[in-house]
Write a protein that binds this ligand. Sequence first.
Ligand code: GLV
Length: 306
Amino acid sequence: MTFLILSYPARVATFRQVFARDLPEVGFADDAGAVDAADVRYLMTWVPPEDLETRYPNLELLFSTGAGIDQFATMPAGAKLVRMVEEGVTSLVRDYVVMGVLGLHRDLPAYLEQQKHKIWKVGDFAWADQRRVGILGLGELGLAVANALRPFGFQLSGWSRSPKSIAGVACHHGADGLSAMLAQTDILVCLLPLTAETRHILNATLFARLPRGAGLVQAGRGGHLDQDALLAALDSGQLSGAFIDVTDPEPLPADHPLWHQPRVVLTPHIAGHTRSETAAAATVENIRRHLSGLPPKGLVEPGRGY
Ligand code: GLV
């Protein structure tokens, strides 16, 4: 019974240490070429190997190294997919989104542009309790973001596929719920999983439903966003600014107009990053849960896609 991890050396070293200490009964491997494929019950990787469906006949759990799992289009029969749920990645995403919301709240894109042109000009003021922040996706990450934004006094709402209830957050779900939330959202945050239903959800129709001059913090997946629609909405003033951490494709091609859009703060998919120490502990806990017949935390429901 072996856990095989395919990752970079520093991460492998941390996992090796934690597994040797806390889960010595499970074998540990990091070399796909050297391991006996039939022994591999648990695999952790970010990029799926090409022959994933057939390579590990006894695979039980496939762990994504990150919070996202949309890269695993096909799964070996009998194996379950687990996304990374650990406090390291959650706290980084939370910090990024708080930065984006505060940046848009305080008109940072406009002031950065003024700075480039040496313009000293004071714009309008708004207070946090006058800003309505709408969060798309109320899972692990959306909840952490809501909890972090609450003390600032923003008016919070959120939207998820299934009904949720979160203190201090007006929770919406379903298509009608989405329209209702958008009409009341000054700063929209995207933390959705990428599924067939959410691909290109951030499109011209959605932007048109927001109040004029709204902002966007996009820390989901590049596939959520119609980038041309974003550029058009920024050009027309329908949107006033955006923090964009994920694009399609990645990296964004050098000649893409998003690089030059002054109202966009663009970052290279850094909103979240798995922290090896906490991820190793979470993975050990998940294997223990699995061995005792419990579902691992972050188990992906096949029909749902997250
Ligand atoms: C990063 O995007 C992740 O999925 O962890």
